[in-house]
Design a protein around this ligand. Structure first.
Ligand code: IMP
Ligand code: MG
Length: 420
């Protein structure tokens, strides 16, 4: 059985928690895109983990965790994550596998990412981790992969790249990198990570053939997808479910199930259009109640009501039939709750997400209003015990999206979950 868990908004939907719960029944958990721009938070009774590169399944014993070829890896950040997890008693060496085809993030990618944000004409509000520049090199065919680290060509490839990047960096007034320093550092990283590096696609396809349970952990979300997100305010990978095939080496016919994860309201970090973003006062309340601060950069997330136009787009692109809805508890104590069901743009009503971000910047949300609930729902374990107005809200979402809600999360801990 293969299952994909995919984000339906702009990331931070609470995928980490859902993956953690589903990992219990999985044999292998796989990341297929993104890099350490992701921050997946898992809250256990006594401690909290934030994972950036290693699949969230690592917290369960004896689960293989795969970093698929579609992920861009900053080896320094990965080593730090490994060291930190080991210190906290998590078994890594037997369980972590990294694809030899993963592209590596180099210091010049990080600098270029930051400089472009500072001096560029278009500010995206990236995480500054070098993700975009690394994927750009992959597509330009000058990227360096794990396999290269262990080949004689590594020296030549890195030399060429540093020469090219230094020329660009000079135009920004930055002095550039010294080849030998980077070379030696990455050789050391290569040695430290060598035992994890392998042909992951072969291992995964064999496991799928043997009817193992494989769980694919999406990072970011559909609206940040390079093709189907709010381009150009997106990340540089295919965060949609379709990204699994290229990002892990799996055929479309090998996918059994896709679960979308969506928050009971909407958030976004960084720049880009966000119809219906709250006024500053309401936004501060949601940031506080929902702890809406980035797990990777600490930035405050922008917040708004549930947006069914965006959600329907994700339902279509990922062909979703079942979804998990998270952070319903954050809506408690709202007198009224709104759902955006369409956009007003000039004299038209739009029911679909426009491809052009300039149009989206000028869309006005059309809302339907619902009565809220005043009870604390964070300890409720069964759907039937939810307040009527919460049930009505969930039913409305099911109707608008034409999906079934199978999981409702009412708090950050594993136990604060309602299965329907
Ligand atoms: P990048 O992925 O660092 O290039 O950032 C591109 C955009 O995606 C920025 O708006 C980031 O804030 C956003 N982004 C990237 N990763 C995440 C994530 O894991 N959660 C939420 N937003 C993200
Ligand atoms: Mg996150």
């Amino acid at each position: 059985m293969t299952t994909i868990v995919v984000g339906m908004q702009w990331g931070d939907e609470g995928k980490g928690k859902i993956i953690d719960i589903l990992s219990e029944k999985a044999d292998i958990i796989v990341r297929y895109q993104g890099g350490n721009n992701a921050g997946h938070t898992i809250v256990l009774p006594k401690e909290k983990f934030i994972l950036h590169l290693i699949p969230s399944g690592i917290l369960h014993k004896n689960k293989k965790c795969v970093i698929g070829n579609g992920v861009v890896v900053d080896p320094q950040s990965l080593i730090e994550e490994i060291v930190d997890l080991k210190k906290r008693g998590i078994e890594i060496d037997k369980n972590l596998l990294i694809s030899e085809r993963c592209h590596l993030i180099f210091p010049y990618h990080r600098i270029l990412d930051k400089l472009r944000e500072k001096k560029g004409l278009l500010k995206i509000g990236t995480t500054g981790r070098g993700i975009g520049p690394c994927y750009a090199d992959k597509v330009s065919r000058c990227g360096i992969r794990f396999a290269d680290l262990y080949s004689n060509d590594f020296k030549k490839k890195l030399k060429n790249n540093i020469k090219e990047k230094n020329a660009v960096l000079k135009t920004y007034g930055f002095k550039g990198f010294v080849f030998t320093e980077v070379y030696e550092q990455y050789q050391e990283f290569g040695e430290r990570l060598k035992s994890y590096v392998c042909n992951c696609a072969a291992i995964l396809n064999k496991a799928i053939g043997n009817k193992k349970n494989v769980l694919f952990e999406g990072a970011q979300g559909t609206l940040l997808d390079i093709d189907y997100g709010t381009y150009p305010y997106v990340t540089s990978s295919n965060a949609i479910a379709g990204g699994v095939c290229a990002g892990a080496g799996i055929a479309p016919t090998s996918i059994d199930k896709i679960i979308g994860v969506i928050k009971a309201y909407t958030t976004r970090v960084g720049e880009g259009p966000f119809p219906g973003q709250f006024s500053p006062k309401l936004m501060r309340e949601f940031q506080h109640l929902g702890k809406e601060y980035g797990a990777t950069t600490g930035r405050a997330r922008r917040c708004g009501w549930f947006d069914a136009v965006l959600a329907r787009h994700s339902v279509k692109i990922n062909n979703l039939k079942t979804i998990a809805i998270t952070k319903l508890d954050v809506l408690s104590n709202c007198e009224t709750i709104k759902i955006c069901t369409g956009y007003r743009y000039k004299n038209e009503v739009l029911k679909d997400l426009p491809a052009d971000s300039d149009i989206l910047f000028h869309c006005q949300p059309i809302y339907e209003e619902y009565a809220g609930w005043q009870e604390d729902i964070s300890q409720i374990k069964e759907y039937k015990n939810l307040p009527d107005s919460a049930k009505k809200y969930l039913c409305k979402i099911e109707k608008l999206l034409m999906v079934k809600i199978k999981i409702v999360s009412v708090g950050s801990e594993r136990g604060q979950t309602i299965f329907i």
